[in-house]
Design a protein around this ligand. Sequence first.
Ligand code: TTP
Ligand code: MG
Length: 367
Amino acid sequence: MDKNSVILYALERKIIHIDMDAFFASVEQRDNPELQGKPIAVGRGEERGVVSTASYEARKFGIHSAMSSMMAKRLCPQLIFVPGRMSIYKEVSAQIHEIFHEYTDAIESISLDEAFLDVTENKLQFELAVEIAKQIKSEIRSKLNLVASAGISYNKFLAKIASDYRKPDGICTIHPNQAINFISKLPIELFWGIGKMTAQKMHRMGIYTGIQLRACSKEQLVNAFGKAGIMYYDFARGIDNRPVVPSRIRKSIGCERTLEKDISTDSAVIIELYHVTLELIERLAKYQFQGTTLTLKIKFHDFTQITRSITVEKNLINKVQILPLAKQLLKEVEYSSHAIRLIGLSVTNNKTEESLKGWKQLSIDFK
Ligand code: TTP
Ligand code: MG
């Protein structure tokens, strides 16, 4: 492709960014009519509690995500705190993704409630991306009784800005010929990838809006911001060639330990199993993965190996659930005359089948 056709290709991509409005809070209001129309915060209303998110009624009082619960109470004494229900939010997220998949499989999940869809080619042969966005919004409303905002443009950067632009219940398209105008007026703190600190630094350099950012040379921006400077330089020109990378669906989480020396006594094996269990639990939390099947893998000194599995009703998350099951599986293994070289544990059978690559729960504040 020559340079001109690369530019044309980039301008012809059709990207949608979907972001649920006040996600956790909206799910709580949906499931409990008493909370509807009221200022609520998801999180614990205690001394060290943090607001995960606030309903739009609460945002009018200045309450926002990551604010301390005490501060939120001061701003709005009638604020209702609701404990979070992560497993429900994950389920809803999976349902939203099911809707996305009706249109395309090119879905990149950014968090539980946010995703990019590349609909340049789509399953239903829609010509206009905005029509797909409208349908997705209306399906989310009718099937899930929730509200989403959508942004449409020719790249991820602009689609993300667009979805934020008319929140809540917004839909906004930024066409290639409108992009420069739109960016010119945009305050730089609304640019994707420009956080608080960077914004402050830019302000000190006299950069407040896109037009001022565009006036900077690439060299100037790289000197001030390193590699990110190149990105800011491109963003100011409406350029973002990053593809929508479909998120991988994680099917299992596991960990294993090759032991320093082969072991065959009960006490030594139990201690090692305990360590592997702790590591597994850490990983499950890190990747926000849940599953109902636990598998124990044992490799013996002669490199032969066996696996034993058990499936339970509830998702496996913590030590109290996993350790007794691991011990139970171990009982099925004869090792007194057959020393063990490696112990592994894994969790599979994820019911929601949801890939949450890149999702970081910012304030894990739930019991
Ligand atoms: P966001 O999409 O940032 O926020 P939101 O959906 O609540 O509101 P908006 O209408 O502005 O999109 O985050 C999605 C969910 O992630 C949010 O409902 C709660 C959770 N979250 C936290 O737990 N802590 C945080 O600091 C943030 C920003 C979000
Ligand atoms: Mg959201």
